[in-house]
Structures are given as C-alpha cells and as structure tokens.
Design a protein around this ligand. Structure first.
Ligand code: HEM
Length: 155
C-alpha cells in the first residue's frame, strides 16, 4: 500500500483516538474528584494512572510522529502551511503538559499524601487539565478538516 494513505489512516486513528481516550479520562477524573467510596476514588486514580501512561502518552507521541510523517513528500510541508504549524504547536504543548502532569497522577494513585509528594492540585485540577486537553484536541481536529489561514511566509 502506498505511504500516504497508510500514514494518513494511522495519523487520524491515533490523533482522534487520543481525543476519545481523554474523554474516558475525564469520566474517571470526575469519580476521582467528586468522591464516592474510598475504594472508588482509589480505583479511579489507578485507572487515570494507567490510562495516562499506557494510552494518552503513547497516543500523543504517535500523533506527533504520524503527523510529521504526513508532511513528508505530500506537499503539506512542515513549515509551509499555517494550519500544519498551528497543529504542531498545539500538539507539542498538549504532549508537554501531559508528560509533565502525569507523575503527580502516579503519586496520587500510589496513595502518597499530596503534601508529602509536593502535589498541589485541588480536587478539580484533574477535570480542569483534562477538559483543557479536550479543547486543544478538538481545536486541532477542527483545524485538520478546515485547513485555514493559507501558507506561511516561507510557504
Ligand atoms: C491532536 C492533534 C492532531 C489531530 C486531532 C489531527 C487530526 C488530523 C485529521 C483528522 C486529519 C485528516 C484531515 C483530512 O484528511 O481532511 C489530519 C491530517 C493531517 N495532519 Fe493532523 N492531527 C493532529 C496533529 C498533527 C501534527 C502534530 C501534524 C504535523 C506537524 C499533523 C499533520 C497533518 C497533515 C500534514 C495532514 C494531511 C495529511 C495528508 O493529507 O496526507 N497533524 N490530521
């Protein structure tokens, strides 16, 4: 099969899959933040730890890799179209925030008291982070289909 359709199928699968996985994360974060039984809260933090490291982080990196691969030899170019640059910036920021944030989720999942571990996020911080991520990914999806803003100065 030719390179372009394969890389595009992979790219759309992992990037839109990332969006879907964040939706699942938000649902679990609501349980972690709004309480319930101690078992449910503990289980929710464990689920967030697993979803974060084993699904969200790999999908974010795969989005970057397949997105950049999709610019090779397709005419879209990495520096020639504003929409590609905008998506690259959004994805790099979202990935960096995710990777920087996940260790504090692991700390909570292990049941270490937040004060000891230096985690200062309030109970709503998880929902806030994850819905912020959803907004960024939603914007990237919209940009992908609309391809707005034309070419860059060097394009
Ligand atoms: C969360 C982030 C991202 C999402 C949700 C996303 C989503 C999508 C979707 C749905 C398409 C298909 C659009 C269409 O065929 O009309 C697409 C295409 C494309 N994306 Fe992304 N993308 C993301 C990040 C990136 C990144 C970081 C890059 C590279 C810098 C990138 C580069 C491209 C390119 C070049 C295409 C067109 C490929 C082609 O037509 O062969 N994307 N993206």
């Amino acid at each position: 099969m030719p390179f372009r359709p394969v890389s595009l199928i992979l790219h759309v699968s992992v990037s839109v899959g990332w969006f879907g996985a964040v939706l699942a994360y938000v649902a679990v974060a609501v349980v972690a933040s709004t309480g319930g039984t101690p078992e449910a809260v503990r289980g929710a933090w464990t689920a967030m730890d697993v979803i974060g490291w084993w699904v969200l982080v790999p999908l974010s990196v795969a989005t970057l890799v397949t997105g950049i691969a999709g610019t090779l030899g397709t005419g879209w170019g990495l520096g020639t179209h504003v929409w590609v640059r905008a998506k690259l910036a959004l994805t790099v920021v979202a990935t960096a925030v995710l990777v920087a944030h996940m260790p504090s989720v692991s700390v909570q999942a292990r049941g270490i008291p937040p004060a000891t571990a230096g985690h200062h996020g309030g109970p709503w911080s998880e929902i806030l982070h994850a819905t912020g991520g959803l907004a960024v990914l939603g914007a990237a999806t919209a940009i992908s289909f609309m391809k707005p803003w034309g070419k860059t100065g060097t394009g």
